[in-house]
Write a protein that binds this ligand. Structure first.
Ligand code: SF4
Length: 390
């Protein structure tokens, strides 16, 4: 691999969980503990293929799956291996995802020692009935206990993942979850609408009429509640679904997730592990979505890549704008001009005007931003805006 000068974001996928949640479409295997050592060996082989001493790593995100099903020592070894091969920049944001109730105080202390400085907890809901409906393996109490334990251990940057639009959930229920989450005092909140993925047990239950989901209007109300309630509680909305303390416009970065900002700002990232994605220097590839094949190929000295493409200029411009519009500040107009040699205005031109008139888009300081109404129908807005580039 050629030397990359710009710092990049590194994602490491751990494809194991205690058990499978009913809505889950991620590549994660319940159980399969016996695979941990062979998987970790394969992961190291993949690291050796990509990482080198010229590579600067600005953020690391250990996600899954549930990375904390691994012993803390294994996580420490993963990070040592990264540091041995590449340059992890001082002050790098290093996140680990954890499931409440499955992470111990000892693990938390070892994670901090290993340099992990951000904990992302899959809390999902503040009510046990909804956790049960999702097939989550933890309770609300366990989320509360884990947050307290993490803070006591020394974590000062905690994210809670939440899902709205759950089976049977009403606006009041979601309001209660938001209030509860804020009362725990995390630095960051991610609030995503439930996606019912084909082939999951949840999709089957919905199809069979055993579960009822809120309708589009109710979902919109829940989304709009996020954009009103969370900023009023001190969480700046910096992305459609993400809210951070101390990250208001014009101030320091606060607790925005630096790793995910690499994706939204269309900067280089490298993903390791099965089903991980990478994108840099105009190239993109996806790893195989199969654990056994991933391990086999790496042991044979081959890369476990399923698909690879060179990103065209048109495609690059469209993706930069599409991802940038997820951010409340919009796509960066200066970087856009540097990368593509044209201004955002020249590329979007008159296509933006009807969307601005319709109240879906705003134009400010050489860039464009989705309004809350635009965020609600972002797919439609993006299709109209980017049609000539797609
Ligand atoms: S914990 Fe996350 S990755 Fe694991 S089964 Fe549940 S949703 Fe999927």
């Amino acid at each position: 691999m050629r030397k990359i000068k710009q710092p990049l974001a590194l994602y490491i996928h751990i494809p194991f969980c205690r058990r499978k949640c009913l809505y889950c479409d991620f590549l994660s295997y319940p159980g399969r503990k016996e695979m941990f050592p062979v998987y970790l060996k394969a992961l190291e082989l993949e690291m050796e293929q990509y990482l080198n001493s010229g590579l600067k790593v600005a953020t690391i995100f250990i996600g899954g799956g549930t990375p904390t099903v691994l012993p803390a020592e294994a996580v420490t070894r993963i990070l040592e291996k990264v540091r041995g091969l590449a340059e992890v920049l001082p002050g790098a944001e290093i996140t680990i995802e954890a499931n409440p109730g499955s992470v111990t105080k000892e693990q938390l202390a070892l994670f901090l020692q290993a340099g992990i400085n951000r904990l992302s907890l899959g809390a999902q809901s503040g009510q046990d009935t909804f956790l049960k409906a999702l097939g989550r393996s933890h309770t609300v109490k366990e989320v509360e206990k884990t947050v307290v334990a993490a803070r006591k251990s020394g974590f000062t940057n905690i994210n809670l993942d939440l899902i709205y639009g759950l089976p049977g959930e009403m606006l009041d229920d979601w309001a209660r979850t938001l209030k509860w989450a804020v009362s725990l005092g995390p630095q960051h909140l991610s609030c995503y609408g439930l996606q019912v993925e084909e082939g999951t047990p949840l999709a089957r239950m919905v199809k069979e009429g055993r579960l009822t989901l809120p309708d589009d209007d109710e979902i919109s109300e829940m989304f709009l509640l996020n954009t009103e309630f969370l900023p009023a509680a001190g969480y700046h909305q910096y992305e459609i679904s993400n809210f951070a303390r101390g990250g208001a416009k014009g101030t320091a970065m606060g607790y925005r997730c630096r790793h995910n900002l690499f994706y939204w700002k269309y900067r280089d990232y490298l993903g390791l592990g099965p089903d991980a994605y990478s994108c840099f220097s105009g190239n993109r590839w996806a790893n195989l979505r199969d654990l056994d094949l991933y391990i086999k190929l790496l042991n044979e000295g081959k890369l476990p890549v399923a698909a690879r493409e060179r990103i065209s200029k048109q495609q690059g411009m469209a993706e930069f704008i599409m991802l940038g519009l997820r951010l409340t500040e919009g796509p960066d107009p200066v970087i856009f001009k540097e990368r593509w040699g044209k201004s955002l205005e020249a590329v979007l031109g008159s296509r933006a005007l009807p969307l601005i008139d319709g109240g879906f888009l705003r134009q400010e300081q050489g860039t464009y931003q989705l309004t809350p109404e635009g965020m609600l129908v972002s797919n439609r807005v993006l299709t109209e805006l980017l049609a000539p580039l797609l």
